[in-house]
Design a protein around this ligand. Structure first.
Ligand SMILES: Cc1cc2nc3c(=O)[nH]c(=O)nc-3n(C[C@H](O)[C@H](O)[C@H](O)COP(=O)(O)OP(=O)(O)OC[C@H]3O[C@@H](n4cnc5c(N)ncnc54)[C@H](O)[C@@H]3O)c2cc1C
Length: 235
């Protein structure tokens, strides 16, 4: 059963810039001191009488007294401005945890994760949680960005793949700059090329609605059941 939604307070501990417009923020929980959540869930930040923005927990449930959020601040609206202004020492309020984009360990199917840019955040939490707690089965991640500088967690996933060989990591960019070694193209094309069989597969897709639809179309054309594609639409 999912933990219930709580009114929370937390203090900002650290702010890091993972990429020019991608910020990661560590928060120490004040209320409750231990925040119960499942990997893949998000918090809802009230920013006005009828305005809220969702930010997904990038860290894993192994740490419940300190959580990490991660945002792309380019959209530039009220949420991005709030995130950009976060500074150590500040106390913030939010509600959570919320969301059903979580991994079911009892499901024997082989997971395929597909993320578009900042849509990686729930998958970051889910994958680290799985492998750090002895998942041991195979899983594939297709992590797409417009260019390598937007793959904020590229080094971490390369490390995860080295540490846990059943995990297959496929970074993909539209525009290869520098010494890019990974694939080139769009996320749905890579799903088309790389997914040879949908037998025993379950997909977790996160990012923009357009990419989610296209990936779902590709998988369904290969014979996948619509319900075997779980998704989290950020925008
Ligand atoms: C379940 C859920 C979880 C989310 N988790 C995260 C998260 O962990 N990190 C994060 O950065 N954002 C996340 N978002 C998006 C976030 O809630 C805000 O929508 C985002 O920060 C933009 O808010 P804004 O007020 O700055 O811009 P707005 O004024 O609300 O948006 C401006 C426009 O940008 C679009 N947009 C929003 N985000 C993006 C994007 N990344 N790329 C392209 N267009 C975009 C919006 O659809 C809108 O058309 C999540 C959204 C949902 C629904």
């Amino acid at each position: 059963m999912s933990p219930r939604v709580l009114d929370c307070k937390a203090q900002i501990r650290a702010v890091r810039r993972l990429a020019p417009e991608i910020l990661e923020v560590d928060l120490s929980m004040l209320e409750p001191g231990d925040f119960p959540f499942e990997a893949g869930q998000w918090v809802s930040v009230p920013l006005g009488p009828k305005t809220v923005r969702a930010y997904t927990i990038a860290s894993t449930p192994a740490g419940r007294s300190q959580i990490t959020l991660c945002a792309d601040v380019t959209p530039g609206g009220i949420g991005s401005r709030w995130f950009r202004a976060l500074a150590p020492g500040q106390v913030v309020e939010f509600k959570g945890p919320t969301g059903g984009f979580v991994f079911n360990r009892a499901d024997p199917r082989r997971p395929l994760f597909v993320a578009e840019e900042i849509g990686i955040v729930p998958i970051h939490s889910i994958l680290w949680d799985l492998y750090q707690t002895g998942f041991g089965r195979s899983a594939t991640l297709i992590y797409w960005a417009r260019d390598p500088s937007w793959l904020a967690y590229d080094a971490e996933f390369s490390l995860l793949a080295r540490r846990y060989p059943p995990f297959e990591y496929l970074p993909v960019v539209r525009e290869a700059v520098g010494a890019w070694q990974g694939e080139k193209g769009e996320a749905p094309d890579v799903v088309e090329r790389r997914v040879a069989s949908i037998a025993g597969l379950i997909a977790y897709v996160s990012g923009g609605g357009e990419m989610i639809n296209e990936v779902r179309q590709v998988l369904m054309a290969k014979g996948m059941d619509r319900k075997a594609v779980k998704w989290e639409k950020f925008w």
